[in-house]
Write a protein that binds this ligand. Structure first.
Ligand SMILES: *Cc1c(COP(=O)(O)O)cnc(C)c1O
Length: 324
């Protein structure tokens, strides 16, 4: 693992690479009480020519700083974040799995460690990165089905939905349990005000392919997390000559007007690009397109995976080589 700490008096310490070990925290550590905690998720893939490559480390570094700012936490300089991730991959190169669909998942966190019960920003923080080999997130599932709760929200306007902060996730777990109980894989969250517009899944953005071959996805309002995968996929679609529009997408475009949406997919670091086959609400359930992985979804998934694994040339500067 990699570690650094921050104090209001001295700022950041040097990065330290050390064996994976438990943390020691005071029971009054502020993160345990007031939730000042942010994280990131990024992956390293084995290269066909040796070594490995991190995908979108700069996007994660930038977002980590934005998330920290939203929670009144100190920002880790982006180059330090990237160095921490690259160093960890370097010492763990032997642990980067090589089988299709696998990768080394990196989980950077920043938590408030000061022992104090006052409700104010902590004066001490810990930055840490751990790593784990992972399989594909929905390995074996061709397309996922999503449950749309009508009574709960993931994030509200003015809230913390655009920050990757730990507290956003606890509130989504009950609906996730409900989704699984109903035979779905994930929750599709709607806007908190009207429950009419689609926002995103618990940890993935959503994109739709319309009958004319164009793509639509909800715009990045402050209740939606700006996914790196979303960015990449939209860029790839544009470069293929497809029209991409960021505009509010009504739930009834998915479950109402038959045929309006031809394909739907979720995208995020953990699962990549995953087709959405069905949307279920309390009052309706609708198949999207054929219910199988659509052609556009398939093409974008192949292009993204190709760049991530080094089979396809990265013309965008999305990958960072880590040599032995
Ligand atoms: C992490 C996350 C995403 C996906 O972001 P990526 O950078 O593509 O991994 C989307 N939504 C939420 C709520 C997330 O936490």
């Amino acid at each position: 693992m990699v570690q650094a700490s921050w104090t209001a008096r001295d700022g950041w310490t040097e990065l330290q690479v050390r064996p994976h070990a438990s943390l020691t925290l005071a029971p009054s550590a502020m993160v345990l009480h007031y939730g000042q905690a942010v994280f990131e998720g990024l992956k390293a893939y084995v290269r066909p020519t040796g070594g490995a490559a991190l995908f979108m480390p700069s996007g994660s570094a930038r977002r980590f700083a934005c998330s920290a700012r939203r929670l009144a936490m100190p920002e880790l300089p982006e180059d330090v974040f990237i160095r921490a991730c690259a160093e960890l991959v370097r010492v763990d190169l032997d642990a980067v799995p090589a089988d299709e669909g696998t990768s080394l998942y990196l989980r950077p966190i920043l938590i408030a460690t000061e022992a104090n019960l006052g409700v104010r920003p902590s004066n001490e923080y810990l930055f840490s990165v751990i790593a784990s080999p992972v399989d594909g997130f929905f390995a074996g599932v061709e397309a996922i089905e999503v449950w749309c709760p009508g009574d709960q929200s993931r994030a509200a306007p003015g809230g913390t939905g655009a920050a990757k902060c730990s507290g956003n996730y606890a509130g989504t777990l009950q609906a996730k349990q409900e989704a699984l109980k109903r035979g779905c894989h994930e929750v599709l969250w709607l806007d908190a005000t009207e429950h009419r517009y689609v926002e995103e899944l618990g940890a993935m953005n959503v994109v739709f392919v319309l009958a004319d071959g164009s793509l639509v996805t909800p715009p990045l309002v402050d209740s939606i997390l700006a996914g790196n995968t979303r960015n990449c996929v939209l860029q790839l679609a544009r470069d293929l000559g497809r029209k991409v529009r960021e505009r509010p997408v009504r739930l009834d475009e998915l479950v109402g007007e038959a045929g309006a949406v031809q394909e739907a997919f979720a995208c995020g670091t953990a699962a990549g690009v995953v087709p959405i086959a069905r949307v279920t609400t309390r009052t309706s359930s609708a198949l999207i397109g054929s219910g199988h992985c659509g052609q556009v979804t398939m093409q974008l998934r192949e292009m993204l995976t190709g760049i991530q694994t080094g089979i396809r040339v990265d013309e965008y500067g999305w990958t960072l080589r880590v040599a032995p």
